[in-house]
Write a protein that binds this ligand. Structure first.
Ligand SMILES: [Zn+2]
Length: 392
């Protein structure tokens, strides 16, 4: 028996930074190396050998947290800028340092990058599917609350317009966005009463949730009549069991609103959506709330491997050894990974200029560049998505 519930099952920032969340094998390795007085400078790199679900690219996220984790380390670290779109086998981070100094942090480095990059990638895929339509992150309720800010930040930098959780919005310096919960209508016992009170108290863009008690069409008309020009959008959050053909429900609501002169009212859809269902609803939806598909996005299976020991190329079976550089053509956006041992700057087949992407972020524990804001990273992601014309 455990007695009373004492605390949440989470590691503190101190636990993580001190290596307590490491796999124990690394702790044992460090102990053995120290006992043997074996001190070697190694270079390790982080990359993914295969992306999930046949993705051809992914969005790098989690770099700011990794820098935070490694801030006390006397090492040289190079990274791709947070938000960079990368492909399989492309190094996204490299560390040069005395191995026993960072071995205990490998588990945490990977954990920070794998989950966050998975969510940012899913968000970017939804952004491509949705075009210019609004995307709101509603994923917090599916995961441990300690992770909500990380989930929402990754969704935001991946191209979402807003997040619903107060703490996440505070950290992003954005305004939280959501509609009303079904419970407001249920507790008041009347949709009309809920629409009226929401109209009186909500000052931001008014997005009203319909279909808690009644049919989508009749509740939509009712909400539009009560809020009039102040109504920005209606949110249809329809259960699977009632969805039937969700697109047809949205089409019918649109028709009935337009017929009555409520053409300005936008329609937002939510409930089990992902990049594929977004594409199907695009002809009639103006925005989407996405939850589970974001927070439960497939992780990017990064691994961290030693590639040089004391400056000499060395890697385990199945991994390419030696330092590498990553270039992207500023004209055609093709990427190339080349060996730095050869020291030859490759040229692009289109004759475009090649830009080096893997750049120093920390040298001997000193920060080399400014950390980008989530808004700057988001803009960087959106620019790449547009330029690279990535399909689904
Ligand atoms: Zn090119």
């Amino acid at each position: 028996m455990n007695g009373r519930a004492k605390s949440f099952f989470i590691a503190s920032e101190k636990d993580i930074k001190s290596g307590k969340t490491t796999d124990v094998c690394f702790k044992k390795t460090v102990e053995i190396l120290q006992k043997a007085k074996c001190s070697k400078q190694v270079k390790a790199e982080v990359r993914v050998s295969s992306l999930p679900e046949n993705y051809s690219w992914a969005v790098l996220s989690g770099i700011e947290e990794v820098i935070c984790l490694l801030s006390n380390l006397k090492a040289n670290i190079q990274v791709l800028a947070e938000g960079t779109i990368f492909k399989e086998e492309m190094p996204v981070l490299s560390i040069i340092g005395e191995y026993t100094e960072f071995a205990m942090l490998e588990t945490a480095i990977l954990g920070l990058l794998c989950q966050s990059s998975g969510i940012a990638t899913k968000a970017a895929r939804c952004r491509i599917a949705a075009g210019q339509r609004t995307l709101l992150s509603f994923g917090a309720k599916r995961m441990h609350p300690a992770l909500s800010p990380m989930i929402d930040r990754a969704a935001f930098i991946g191209g979402y317009n807003g997040v619903s959780v107060i703490k996440s919005a505070e950290m992003l310096q954005e305004k939280p966005q959501e509609t009303m919960p079904h419970s407001l209508v249920l507790v008041l016992g009347s949709s009309e009463e809920a629409f009226r009170l929401f109209h009186e108290t909500e000052s931001a863009k008014k997005i009203v949730l319909i279909n808690t008690l009644g049919d989508e069409k009749f509740e939509a008309i009712k909400a539009a009549q009560i809020l009039g020009n102040d109504l920005f959008a209606l949110q249809l959050d329809t259960n699977d069991s009632r969805q039937g053909n969700f697109k047809k429900i949205l089409e019918e609501v649109r028709w009935e609103l337009d017929l009555r002169g409520f053409n300005h009212v936008k329609l937002f859809a939510s409930g089990g959506l992902d990049e594929y269902s977004i594409q199907k609803l695009n002809p009639v939806a103006d925005g989407y709330g996405v939850g589970t598909a974001l927070s439960n996005a497939p992780v990017i299976n990064f691994s961290m491997d030693i590639i040089e020991i004391e400056g000499v190329p060395m890697a385990k079976r199945g991994k390419m050894s030696g330092s590498k550089a990553v270039y992207r053509c500023t004209n055609c956006y093709q990427t190339k990974v080349v060996s730095m041992q050869k020291d030859i700057l490759p040229s692009c087949s289109c004759n475009g200029r090649l830009q080096s992407l893997l750049l120093p972020i920390m040298t001997d524990g000193r920060l080399e560049r400014q950390i980008l804001s989530p808004q700057e990273i988001r803009t960087y992601v959106l620019n790449q998505l547009g330029n690279m014309k990535l399909g689904l």
